[in-house]
Ligand binder design. Structure first.
Ligand code: KIV
Ligand code: ZN
Length: 506
């Protein structure tokens, strides 16, 4: 049997740190359910002291996961952080506190203003303090990628002696080269007394586009836990993409002497879900989950693949859940068929909830002949967005064209339940609608991004609009909306972004 590599997912913590990717608790729970379907070993559910929302998410995900996954809460090496994380993890069946401190010269000197000895003292104290609450304590040596080898080894040895069960070696700034990072892990394996008593973890950032290569170098040299996110979401250029690292391990199991327990057939679904919830689109040429990951366009390649798939394809698309989108439902499909297909996609709805999804499904099915899985996922996400909205769309109408002045008439329901109708002009129909929205929702914001994507193929496809707005304080909020009518999806997307902004402000 090869070595088991634990998959530590941090989509809900490091992933959420991507500007504009913030999620509310309900959205995090939806993603957590998908992480459980993927069978990840650890879910890092948040940074409990950072906000009441993060605290609540960790608490609820800990309850949800039960025995099925370890749930981790992040802390700094500060007693108060650890107290709060322990409280959030109180009901977890498999709780883990993830504490740590910067260990590079730059972090110690410029950020923390501490000496090496003080750094070790704080690290050891944090681990011992966390141990009072939970058995499973993971220590992160922040910016380990730029730290001194011997000093890093000293810190890691001290925290293992203090009781750390997992030691996380992050390349926080994505600075390292894969070979060098591999040597660093090897050095720790050879120089840290007691390292065999802990799990060695790697957490790599993608600033030089090498996060996956760095993580693989770690695995090759002894790491048995990889920290990663769906779609490689994460701070700045992102984190290691789970789908990439897991498939790389699967492709090279024998030479790496490694395997994971991930249910890879859930990857495409996970990717679409995270992209839809966070509004972070996946580039078409992204490995494993991009729209073109299994597309062959040149004649030579098509000829080869038709003769034998593996001439140009190293992975069977079905292994990652790709290419399974079938025409499943039409306007003639009933409640039972919709419920069944939604269950196959991982969504469970009963009673009134199912009725409301069915109504939305019929509206789409009436317009389109064929309703694809992607349409259903989009409908479910749209419903989730509407449920948590403060302002909802009642109606929108535009008149535009040459030589008309684009005009919008809009009715929203406000949080008090009243219907408010306004009219406005704009340089184009969407500008007119957004100006009308601004008349009703008076909140300072700057529209910084607007994009439209077809959910499926064909002229009748649902159009999914993503917008990003910048609030007065510089925070970025993402909004999404899907509909067969692009004006309606644009309106819903803008409302979704403003609703998020308002909820956070409240
Ligand atoms: O990149 C990093 O170092 C981190 C730690 C908090 C683990 O995200
Ligand atoms: Zn990180």
């Amino acid at each position: 049997m090869t070595r088991k590599i634990n998959i530590f997912d941090t989509t809900l913590r490091d992933g959420e740190q991507s500007p504009g990717a913030s999620m509310n608790t309900e959205e995090k729970l939806v993603i957590a359910r998908q992480l459980l379907r993927l069978n990840v070993d650890v879910i890092e559910a948040g940074f409990p002291i950072s906000s009441p929302g993060d605290f609540e998410s960790v608490r609820r995900i800990a309850e949800l996961a039960g025995e099925d996954a370890t749930v981790a809460g992040l802390t700094r090496a500060i007693e108060k952080d650890i107290d709060v994380a322990a409280d959030a993890l109180k009901y977890a069946k498999r709780p883990r506190i993830h504490t740590g401190i910067g260990v590079s010269p730059s972090h110690m000197r410029d950020k923390l203003r501490i000496t090496e000895d003080q750094c070790i003292e704080r690290a050891v104290h944090a681990v011992k303090y966390a141990k009072k609450y939970v058995e499973d304590v993971q220590f992160y040596a922040e910016d380990a990628g730029r730290s001194d080898y011997a000093f890093l080894a000293k810190v890691i040895q001290a925290v293992i002696e203090a009781g750390a069960t997992v030691v996380n070696i992050p390349d926080t700034t994505g600075y390292s080269l894969p070979e060098e990072f591999g040597c660093r892990i090897k050095y720790l394996m050879e120089h840290v007394r007691g390292i065999e008593n802990a799990t060695v973890s790697v957490h790599c950032h993608n600033d030089l586009g090498m996060a996956t290569a760095l993580a693989m170098a770690g695995v090759k040299n002894g790491a048995t836990q990889v920290e990663c996110t769906i779609n490689g979401l994460g701070e700045r250029a992102g984190n290691t993409a789970m789908e990439e690292v897991v498939m790389a391990i699967r492709m090279h199991e024998a030479e790496l002497d490694a395997h994971t327990d991930i249910n890879t057939r859930e990857f495409i679904k996970a990717s679409r879900l995270v992209s839809s919830i966070t509004g972070m689109n996946v580039q078409a040429n992204k490995a494993i989950v991009g729209a073109n990951a299994f597309a062959h366009s040149s004649g030579i390649h098509q000829d080869g693949v038709l003769k034998k798939r593996d001439t140009y394809e190293i992975i069977d698309p079905a292994e990652v859940g790709a290419g399974q989108s079938q025409i499943v439902l039409t306007a003639r499909s009933g409640h039972a068929a919709l419920k069944h297909r939604l269950e196959e996609l991982g969504y469970e709805f009963e009673g009134e909830q199912l009725d409301s999804i069915y109504e939305a499904f019929l509206r789409v099915a009436d317009r389109k002949k064929e309703v694809y899985d992607e349409d259903l996922e989009s409908l479910v996400n749209e419903r989730d967005r509407e449920e948590s909205a403060l302002y909802t769309l009642e109606s929108v109408q535009v008149s535009c064209g040459f030589p008309l002045k684009p005009t919008a008439t809009l009715t929203l329901q406000n949080p008090e339940g009243e219907l408010v109708t306004v009219c406005d002009f704009g340089t184009g129909p969407i500008d007119a609608v957004y100006k009308a929205v601004n008349q009703i929702i008076e909140v300072e914001n700057d529209l910084s991004e607007f994009s439209v994507q077809a959910v499926t193929r064909g002229i009748d496809a649902l159009g999914e609009v993503t917008v990003r707005v910048k609030a007065e304080g510089g925070e970025v909020y993402t909004g999404r909306g899907a509909d067969g009518d692009i004006i309606v999806s644009s309106t819903k997307a803008y409302l979704n972004a403003l609703n998020r902004l308002l909820s956070e402000k409240r």
